[in-house]
Design a protein around this ligand. Sequence first.
Ligand code: CTP
Length: 403
Amino acid sequence: MTGRPPSVLLGVTGGIAAYKSAEVVRRLRDLGCEVTVAATPSALNFVGEATWAALSGRPVLTSLWQRAESVGHVSAARAADVILVAPATADFMARIAAGRSDDVLSAIVLMAKAPVVLAPAMHTEMWLNAATAANVALLRGRGMLVLEPDSGRLTGPDSGPGRLPAPESLADIAYCAAGAGPDRPLRGRRVVVTAGGTREAWDPVRWLGNRSSGRMGYAIASAAVALGAEVVVIASNVDLPDVAGALTLRAGSHAELESAVVSEAARADAVVMSAAVADFTVLAQAEKVKKTAGEAPVLHLRQTSDILAGLSRNRRQGRPLLIGFAAETASEPQVLIRLAAEKLAAKGCDIIVANDVSGSAVFGDDRASVLILDHDGPQLHLADEPKLIIGGAVCTVIAGRLG
Ligand code: CTP
């Protein structure tokens, strides 16, 4: 990623999910991106040009013949650090698979040297149709990142695969893809990312938990998708939109997280343990604990197993690559390095991402400062960077280690 904010060309094609493109523009702008929207004629049936123009602060490209003297499709394609098409209809994918350039957006895609990310959205039958599947395979083979659609409610009462993933997440993936360049070094790799914080119930309505929001894990997962990995997110109590193109599994407690991670690790090339896992669980009461005047209930805590250390003990030939996190209250860099190095050794993982959580400002924030260490010592220090940039750096280190 260069120092300047990424320039994103957002293509919109004619499906009902086109209305969600307005939210994509908003999130990209919040991330600091310059956004130019290019819409197909069909997309204009769903959203008015003024919506995108107002949100992006730039004119919208709607026709090859508009401002012909400036050859808009050529300059737009050259200026983009990434092209995100959301939604991408079956018809649009068929046209670009055939190399057509009969509207401004397909002409831009045909011109593109920047990474191209497609977010298909359509009815399940169209998505599963052999023609669409063949076009998707062709486009993937040519290096485009074609995200899997979400499964869920479609235009009418029906549901199934074909839904556009969350607009915020599509924007995050485009942001990461802009920084990553056209090579996708995690292509063909399976990366498992745990995110959020476990909760240990002490009666049917109460729990012991922690303040992790899951933002760091989701940022790493977004970057891994952008770098071409097949990504499984194991989310513990995360209140964020699912990561586009990734499979999300839910695990609420330490025990649920452990069983999900152990089963997913068996097929993974890398496991990133960014979740804040409870070190103690509680012997839970079956009934709600009633308050009795003057009495404080006593919670009986039991230490949990260390999931990361267990993965490390049980792996064979160094696979999967294991990345741990070290959340420490250590504002002195030397203390943070020492604590992180101790954790790296104690857990037997390959890489540790250490952060200072003094003052708890980092929880739920979009930015953080981290130190990435391996057995050779500190490798990278990122100070007050967006979590998406940190996610990209962690994934680049993973890609380097996987070779
Ligand atoms: N971790 C784990 N299982 C646990 C506790 C932590 O797998 N029972 C993982 C976390 O996901 C993280 C790393 O271990 O990747 C370090 O977690 P952290 O909370 O910083 O350290 P702890 O091992 O809990 O040690 P302490 O709380 O004493 O610092």
